[in-house]
Write a protein that binds this ligand. Structure first.
Ligand code: ASP
Length: 433
């Protein structure tokens, strides 16, 4: 069986086993702990023991690859572009496209939510013990892009800072020229091959990792919360699917003429990684390799656009924020108004720039958005019960958005190998470098 199929099987089995455990474990209402000896054993030994350990090791192995892969690959890309006059326009185009898709996503979300009215008639009291997350200011966000210490940026996994440092480093190598320049160039190109080989090795863990993450998650997920918040939950889910499939498919077709079906077939496994880790950052190695290897985007674009997207482009997250803002405002009986809608679109688009793609960060950003239109931030406590499941789906949308924009920008620059895009046999997880 191919590795991709094994990963899919891992996902399906993980969900099935998780739901099975969920049904088997009878929870004591008062203490919220398993009530039977079997339940206690399953919870402590299997779920919180084995599944949790293997899941965490898998996520660690993905994260392990992020900094080396982004650094080495981006240095190679920047080296190749060097002082190329296209670099500025290329970066600007990518950035604007990311913002455009995010604004589109949140606009769509708020439009649908205004029609569905998810919060109308809902009578809920927010959790009392919820503390509001602190969120950074716009000024801090901007200053934070510029690294003062590259080692610290890498140690903390601060992607924007790593991106800035890698680009400068790559340009410096290409400007150095001569013997030093060319031997450094060879060195980084070879290092890139080694890092990719390491990725292929660690990918063997993926089916087991995906299985464990999903089994643990579905074993402990509270399905009853979904019933209480059904309207909110399904509105977000509907807009996520609409944006992820219809909007991205149309944008791809419109701007590149390439087939959305092929695109989604190739991105499917990336979506599975995003779904099971709920982190665009942890999925980054797989996204980057798939965009470059399977979709044929030139390294000069993918090495820059994909890591940038993982940090600043979160359309799925913006969708949750759009619906959540309207939902919470309705529950509290607050009218946002037309100006409020615009403020939400602007704040959510900017908020996504300053936050990294890690699980649940969308809630921190939501705090910024709610504050901007004067909706009580404690309202976040209303939706927290169903957020994990939505987080998984929106992360899958986020990474697809990064890939769509990368393909569109690459096509507009003539930097996509369309024979690779159309070749269905290519498989980044198993093909050698
Ligand atoms: N988990 C999402 C991501 O990594 C961010 C979020 O919506 O919380 O893309």
């Amino acid at each position: 069986m191919s590795l991709t199929n094994k990963i899919l099987l891992g996902m399906l089995l993980g969900i099935a086993v998780g739901i099975g455990f969920n049904l088997l474990i009878v929870v004591d209402e008062a203490s919220n702990l398993p009530a039977t000896p079997l339940g206690v054993w399953l919870q402590t030994v299997v779920i919180d023991g084995v599944l949790d350990a293997v899941g965490q090791i898998f996520v660690a192995s993905l994260k392990l690859l992020v900094v080396p892969l982004v650094f080495v690959s981006l240095v190679c890309g920047a080296m190749a572009l060097g002082g190329h006059s296209r670099m500025g326009p290329l970066a600007t185009k990518t950035l604007l496209f990311y913002m455009f898709t995010t604004a589109l996503a949140i606009g769509l979300a708020m439009g649908v939510a205004a029609l569905v009215q998810p919060g109308a008639g809902v009578d809920m009291a927010p959790l009392a013990n919820y503390t509001t997350p602190a969120s950074p200011s716009v000024k801090e966000t901007f200053i934070n892009i510029f690294p003062s210490n590259p080692v610290q940026a890498m140690a903390e996994g601060n992607m924007l800072q790593v991106i800035v440092f890698s680009i400068l480093f790559g340009i410096a190598i290409s400007r150095t020229g001569g013997e030093v320049g060319s031997s450094m160039k060879t060195f980084f190109e070879q290092l890139n091959e080694v890092v990719l080989k390491m990725m292929l090795l660690l990918m063997q863990l993926a089916p087991y990792g995906v299985f464990c993450l999903l089994a643990k998650l579905f074993a402990s997920i509270g399905f009853s919360a979904i019933a209480d918040l059904a309207k909110y939950f399904f509105t977000v889910l509907f807009v996520l699917l609409l944006h992820g499939l219809v909007v991205y498919g149309s944008l791809l077709k419109l701007f590149t003429g390439l087939s959305p079906v092929i695109f989604f077939k190739k991105m499917w496994k990336v979506a599975v990684f995003a779904f099971s880790t709920a982190s665009s950052n942890a999925t980054l190695p797989v996204t980057m390799r798939t965009v470059e290897h399977d979709l044929g985007v030139d390294n000069k674009i993918s090495s820059f656009a994909v890591p940038l997207g993982a940090t600043i482009n979160m359309d799925g997250t913006a969708i949750m924020q759009g619906v959540a803002t309207i939902f919470i405002a309705q529950v509290y009986g607050i009218e946002i108004g037309a100006a409020g809608y615009l403020t939400v679109i602007l704040t959510a688009t900017l908020a996504s720039v300053g936050t990294a793609g890690v699980p649940s960060v969308g809630l921190v950003m939501l705090a910024m958005v709610l504050q901007s239109v004067g909706v009580p931030v404690e309202g976040i406590a209303l939706i927290i019960g169903v957020d994990r499941l939505l987080d998984m789906v929106r992360t899958a949308v986020n990474v697809n958005g990064d890939a769509v924009v990368s393909v569109i920008v690459a096509k507009s620059e003539g930097m996509i190998d369309e024979s690779r895009f159309h070749n269905m046999k290519l498989n980044a997880e198993v093909d050698p470098v």
